[in-house]
Structures are given as structure tokens and as C-alpha cells.
Design a protein around this ligand. Structure first.
Ligand SMILES: [Zn+2]
Length: 323
């Protein structure tokens, strides 16, 4: 770290993804050094664990510090995780089934390791280092290829019985909606994930509607770019998606009364064109519904300001003891 000017303790945060593994040394203020990114070696669970260990070693080396200066390693892992026993129970992205992550990594790294689901870790990262710094109650909603939420209640991750709390991507919000990959119809994920947004635009294009998207390979990104340029079809899709996202946010706001809802994942990176229709729908709901209005304050909904660092910072928050 520059000039060794950092706040103790130092931890390593590891964002374990299906395509890449990112690790970095993080100090108590969320300052990052020694970033390392490796392509995920996914030929076997052991190969992935070796890859994680190399990323951790690499980040400590890059940061120019000694291993014994690291207090702990935190790891955000996609899928279902048992943090108590340190087991990766099920991860489709990593092809993991009951992998003893903690035991194996601790034996290899000689550092204590804490694991958690990546979205739950990100929510904690927001309360430690992001817009929700110092807040006790927060909802984090990740919208990307898939959708999941995480809930912080009284400064702790709320996991539910088996860690499934927040898996609202598969909450059915429109019974007449499209088929979801889980087998259900009208799941939130089948309406508002990146691929679902592209599919909604494709469907409109099949009705021979005129659009700058005609003939293009449609993605959520291209839909929001077209919306930003005033394309009517794309604006209509953005508005419809905004309604569905607002519906879920209103539901979670009334269920948990968080101080803040933070959006993460790839889709909200579109910025205002994504956010504005959501806020317009929420504003309207608040006007119509005084109960919701009571929990919906200005600035209630934000896109994460931690950008691409949210993964490693969330993982670091697992390891950094709370202030
Ligand atoms: Zn589903």
C-alpha cells in the first residue's frame, strides 16, 4: 500500500466468479491494494480452490506486505453456501456440490477463511464500505444474468433457514409471464434479468415494430443504449422492466423497512435509463399508497457506488470485524 498508509486490520477479499477470480488486500477503510484477477480454473473443485489460493497469494505479494499482516480471508461465492461449516453446498457456475472450501483453503493458505454467498457478501460490503456505510438495515438487489437480493437486518446478513432468504429472482410476480429456467412462469428473473430484458425487446421486434434495435444482436445493454437515444420501443421495454423492479422493491421495502435499497449487478450499470423508470414507478406507488410512502424516503434507492470493486469489498467485509 502506498507509503504503508493503511488502517488495520488488513484482510484479503476474494470474489469467486464462474469466469474470473478477483482477489485484493483491503484495509479497514475499504482501501484496496494488490489486485489480482485470474481466469477461473473450473476443471475440478480442487483446481478452482488452487486457483483461489494462487489469487490470494498473488494479492498479498502485489500489495507488498507480509502474510502475517493479513488477519483473515473472506470469500464471496456464487450459489448456496454454508458459512458455519465453510462448505460450498451448490454452485451451478462453479459446478460445486458440497465442497469443503474453508478446511481446504485454510490448510493451504495458513490463514482463517470465511465464506458466504456473493450477493449476501455484497450487501454487507455496502454497509461497511458503500452507500449504506453505518446503516443497520439495508436491501441489496443484484440484477445481472440472474437476480438475487440480500437483506441486512440489524447489521447482520439475514440468511433464513438454509441461506435461501433473498432468492427473489424466482418469486413469481406475473402468473401469465414467460417461462423461467427454474420451470416456473413469470419469475422476477424471467422478467427483469439481463437476458429477460433482451427477450422482451426481441418479442416487441417480432411484432415488426420499428426500432434502432432492428437487425442488431439485442442485449440489455443495447436496449438501454437505444432507450438513452430516445428509441420508442426500447423506452417502452425500459418502462415495463422499471414497473416490475419497482413492484419487487416496494414489496421488500414493506417487508423489511430498510433504510436504503442498493442496486448492483450488470444491468443497473446502464445508469439513469435503467434507474429513472424504476424511480418513476416507485414515486407513483408512493403517491397512491401512504403506507409505502411512510417507508419510501428521498434517496431510498441507489445504484452501488463501489462499481466493479463490490465483489472484493463485500468479501473483505466478511473478514473485517465490524466497527
Ligand atoms: Zn424462476
Amino acid at each position: 500500500m502506498p507509503g504503508k498508509d493503511y488502517s488495520l486490520p488488513l484482510v484479503v477479499g476474494v470474489d469467486v466468479g464462474g469466469t474470473k477470480i478477483a482477489a485484493a488486500v483491503v484495509d479497514a477503510e475499504g482501501r484496496i491494494s494488490g489486485r489480482v484477477r485470474l481466469p477461473t480454473e473450473a476443471s475440478s473443485p480442487q483446481a478452482t480452490l488452487d486457483c483461489i489460493a494462487r489469487a490470494v497469494d498473488g494479492s498479498i505479494q502485489e500489495a507488498g506486505i507480509a502474510r502475517n499482516q493479513i488477519l483473515e480471508v473472506g470469500l464471496g461465492i456464487p450459489g448456496l453456501v454454508d458459512p458455519q461449516d465453510g462448505i460450498g453446498i451448490n454452485s451451478v457456475n462453479l459446478s460445486w456440490q458440497n465442497v469443503p472450501v474453508k478446511v481446504r483453503l485454510e490448510a493451504r493458505l495458513h490463514l482463517p477463511c470465511t465464506i458466504e454467498n456473493d450477493v449476501k457478501a455484497a450487501a454487507l460490503g455496502e454497509t461497511r464500505f458503500g452507500s449504506g456505510r453505518g446503516l443497520d438495515n439495508l436491501v441489496f438487489l443484484s440484477i445481472g444474468t440472474g437476480i438475487a437480493a440480500a437483506i441486512i437486518l440489524d447489521r447482520r446478513i439475514y440468511r433464513g433457514l438454509n441461506g435461501m432468504a433473498g432468492e427473489i429472482g424466482h418469486a413469481m410476480i406475473r402468473p401469465d409471464g414467460p417461462l423461467c429456467k427454474c420451470g416456473g412462469y413469470g419469475c422476477f428473473e424471467a422478467l427483469a434479468s439481463g437476458p429477460a430484458i433482451a427477450a422482451r425487446a426481441e418479442k416487441e421486434l417480432q411484432n415488426h415494430r420499428e426500432s434502432t434495435l432492428t437487425g442488431m444482436k439485442v442485449s440489455a445493454e443495447s436496449v438501454y443504449t437505444a432507450a438513452a437515444e430516445g428509441d420508442a420501443l426500447a423506452l417502452e421495454v425500459a418502462r415495463a422492466v422499471g414497473e416490475d423492479v419497482a413492484f419487487v422493491i416496494q414489496f421488500m421495502a414493506l417487508a423489511y423497512e430498510p433504510q436504503l435499497v442498493v442496486l448492483g449487478g450488470g444491468v443497473p450499470r446502464a445508469g439513469r435509463t435503467f434507474l429513472d423508470p424504476v424511480i418513476q414507478a416507485l414515486d407513483r406507488q408512493a403517491e397512491e399508497n401512504w403506507v409505502f410512502k411512510a417507508v419510501y424516503k428521498p434517496g431510498f434507492l441507489q445504484v452501488t457506488k463501489l462499481g466493479g470493486d463490490i465483489g472484493v469489498l463485500g468479501a473483505a467485509a466478511l473478514a473485517a470485524p465490524s466497527q
